[in-house]
Structure formats: C-alpha cells, structure tokens
Design a protein around this ligand. Sequence first.
Ligand code: UGB
Length: 605
Amino acid sequence: VLSGLTAEEARLVCWLASEEMGQAHLFAGWSAAAPDDKRRLLRQVAEMDARYPEDAAGARGLAAYVSHARTLLAESAADLNPFDGYTVSVPRDGERMEVGTASFRADEARGGAMLKDTVFVLVAGGLGERLGFDGIKVALPAETLSGATFLEIYCTALRAIEEREGGRKAPLVIMTSEDTHALTEALLLEHGYYGLQPSQVHLLRQANVPALGSNAAAFVASEEDPFTLLTKPHGHGDVHTLLHGSGLLPAFAAEGRSHVVFFQDTNVLAFKAIPAALGVSERLGLAMNSLAVPRAAGEAAGAICRLQPPAGDGLVMNVEYNQLDALLRSTGGAGDEADGSGYSPYPGNVNTLVVALGPYADALAASGGAMPEFVNPKYADASRSVFKKPTRLECMMQELPKLLPAHATVGFTQFERWFSFSPVKNAIGDAVAQAAKGNYAASPGAGEAAVYEANAALLRLAGATVEAGAPSSFLGLTLGLSPPISLSPRFALTTDELMRRVSGGAAVRISAASALELDGDIELSSLDLDGALSIRASPGVSVVVRGATVRNAGWCWESVEPGAAGMPAGVSIRGYALRKEGGVQIELQEPGRYEVSGGGVVTRL
Ligand code: UGB
C-alpha cells in the first residue's frame, strides 16, 4: 500500500487507517495503484486537514471532523430531540414593519445614515443544484430587462452608497466555496469588479469537508475517480469562522464600521429592507437582528423563535423548517400551524442578518470562531444505520446567537414579503409544484417577477399610476412580468430616496404595455409612458424627466426553449426572453444636467 510514497505520505496513510480516523477502507486496491494516483488523494486529505477549523476544545483538522461526526451521527441515529424540555415562544424584541408608514420611514432614515459604516457580507458558496443551473447563482440576471446579475446589483448598491457618501467606500466580503470561487473571481475580473475597487472586495473561500458514508464517519471515494474523495460544502456558518480568521474584523472596526450585514446570493429584494433593519438594530440596541417575513405554516423558511431550556438562559434563534413542527409538538403545541392572522406566529427567516460589529467580533474571539455543527442524513433503513446518499457536517450562519453572550439582545425585523423576499432556488419542476400549492415558486422567473412587482408597488407608493399587466405563462408557471420595471440601486437605495426621485407623483403614469429602466440620478417630474423607455446616467450626470409623453410599440415577452442556442443559459432557463426592439434608450455619460421631454428628446440644461 505504501510503495512509491515518501515517509510523510506514508505517515498520512497510517494515520488515516488508524482507529482514531477509521478510513482504512480507502486503501483497498492500493497495492496495485500508481504512486501519482495515491498522491492525488493524499494531497486532498492534507488540504482539508489544514483547513478544517479548531473547535472550542482545541481539536482541529480532520481528526476533529471525524470525532464531531461520530458524536452527531450517533445522536441522530438515536433520534434524540435536541430541544428536549424547551419551551418555545415568539421573540419579544422585534418590529413588524409596514412599508411607507411614519415608523418605517423613521427607521429607514436612521439606518440609511448607517450604510456608510456597514460591512456587507455575501454568502455565495452554495451550489445551484436545486436550481438546475450549472453556473454560479450570482451570475444569473436578477431580472432580464436590465440584464444585471445578482452580483452586479449588490456591487451597484455599494457604489450607490459611495456616491451619496462623498466617496467613502463600503467593504464587500464574499464567501465562496471550492465550487464557486474560481467562477466568482472570474466574473468580478470580467466586469472590472462592477465598478468597485478590487481592494474593497474580500474573497474568503470556505473549504469543503469529506462526505460521510456511514455512522462511523467513513469518507467516500468518488465514483468517477477512486483517488478523489467526495466532498461537500460545510454550510454558510463557515462565514463567521472565516471572518474571524481573516483579521478583517479589527480592520473594519478601526475604520469606524459599526454593523455587518450578511445576505444570501439571490434574495435581491433584501437590499430594499436593509436600511430600515439597520435603523431597528440601532434603535433597539440589537446585537443581532434577523430580517424576516410573515411565514406561511409549513413553508421551507426557518422560524425565528425564543427557545427556553428547562434551566439556564434562553436564546432567540432560527429553527429550521424541517425541525420546527416536531419541536412545537414536542413542547405541547399544535405543530407548525397558522394562527388567526393566517400565518405562523413565528417570523419567517430570510437569512439576512444585521449584526453589531463590536459584540460580534468579541463573541468570535471568545469562541475561537468555530460554529456549532449539525448533521442531517436521509436514512434508507428503520435502524437508521444506512444512508440514502452520503451526508456531511454542516453549520448555519443564523446560529450565531449560540456564540453571543446571554446579555446580548437578539431580535428580528419583519417586512412585507413583496418588499423584501425574492430568493431564487428552484428549477422549473419544483417551482411549478410550489406554485400549485399556493407558495412562492422561487424560480429565476418568479424572482424576476417579484422584483418588477415590488418596483411597481413602490412607484405607486410615490403617487405614480402603474397599471398591472395580464400575467404571462411560461413552462407551465404563471408570472406577473408586466410591466417590467428595473430601478437600479443608483436610482434609489431607500424608499425615501425613491419617493424623492418620483417628485411628480400623480404626474407619472406607466401603462401595462410599458417597460421602464432607470439607472442613476434621475428625477421623474412628469412622464406618460406607454412603451419602452430606458435611461442610464453615469456618475456626475443628473436627469429630469419633465413633460415627457413616450409612446412606442414597447418590448414584449416571448417564449424560448431552455438551452436555446445563442442565448445565455441564465436567461433561457426561464422559458422566456424580452424582445427589445425599438423603444427609447438614452445613455448619458458626459457629466452635466439634462432634461428628457416630449417623446424622449434629450436637452442639456
Ligand atoms: N451557502 C454558502 O455560502 N455555503 C454553503 O456551504 C451553503 C450555502 P440555501 P437554505 O431564505 O428561504 C436558508 O441553500 O438552506 C450560501 C435558511 O437556512 O439557498 O435553503 C448559499 O450560496 C432558511 O432558514 O439556503 O435555507 C446561499 O447564499 C431560510 O431562511 C445561502 O448560503 C432560507 O434560506 C443560503 O443557502 C430562505
């Protein structure tokens, strides 16, 4: 087995085969194997060993991973209830917001002023497996009217903060994984970091962990290559471990940053809610604040609960959707059911977290940064000893309250769904099935429709008339795509800013057959739109739309085959595309003040 290997490599083999590690099965057939093949597997093991973090007891590397896995797998096989004896209640520290109310506007104004001192952290290590898209999810267009990708919109939001804050740059941390790192880096490079400075962007790569094939924590070789281990991402909780180890937190504190916002790869609407949530964090003095939405009973979103053990301190934390029903029943309740409001009484977690930097950095320093793990094998037998497919240990970023001190205040800010929730997670088959149950479909098309509907609703809130178009149906999914309206974060970062941009209120009318794209410092004073209008204003350009009556044949949605030649897969998987012929398209780059009037005539002021 050891022939052709160096002394160091031989030591690694013996260690893996030891009782402590229990991985001798990996070496069956090695006596006839080429040394280079053996080395491939050993290199992979050595790298994972070096990157698995130290736990609270000081154990590290794959020995710690195997030991954690055996304990957690034994608990899972025994079907232990981790919340035995707990009582569950709705958290008391929190706010349920209605967009546009006086209290919403006050919190948004407070939080808007905090954006310049906020660090943004995107967790983007997940594979789009459920989505049926083989690229990275942040490379998908959030909507196809502007074609802006998720990553582009997040970067544009940071540029918008910088533009209004006289050049103070907000940091962007992106957690990637082995599956997404190279593609994320390439996307940023290809697009010049979407206008950000490369020094503003910090990529932290999470390491995969070995997949586990049995309750004894046996590693699994890949079916294609017996000298490569099957590995999987360790969960979004790695973001805390990596941030702690990166040395970035003290640097951010020294720059005067006060809060860290964690957000998911495809929930682009979260950016509309972040300013008000920051304001709530500040007003209520929250160490951690989870953005939430009203949660339908049984839906695949976690629930923010107050968990009180029989003795000791309670904590406010997300309970994942697959555990909630059993937890509520085991504590004497009726399960995951709706109350009189028609929703679950527990706010639905959208996994966007606002964390106060000081207490956060202190808690990570005290714990060493390792996050609590869990395992969720799908068993193939009643004795819970055979897995349907290999599993792995995972950790979740929303379990941060487990690391915070008992005196830290943890709460939530709940927003209306239309305003803040549009994640893209499902391929078309699952999306159609979810829609049939009356749930949000979470496909790329459903996420896109949610963006247009939110933008239309916000323009209406500003007093504009926006007609609702007839729904369209593509690949069996019915979507409200008309009229498509794309408002970039440089047009409005907050609801308040949007109200000011639409200064004309009722003098702005948009027909159902229209398409409207606005990017930059643009004011809508009076506009009657029945057709397509796109205005893009570079930094230093300001535009007022006054006395404009724009009428043209507009742009229309048409069916396309998924995978159609000549069309990006991120568009064609939706089953439709926007045919952009004609219309008024204005792009202004030369700094100055301009007016758009009449049928789209541009005059320099
Ligand atoms: N992610 C990583 O960066 N690394 C990993 O190892 C894994 C994921 P999913 P899920 O908003 O509806 C979450 O898979 O598991 C990133 C909450 O747990 O999209 O379905 C990944 O790239 C749940 O409570 O999320 O469920 C993505 O950006 C509920 O709020 C993010 O982590 C649900 O989201 C989330 O990964 C929801």
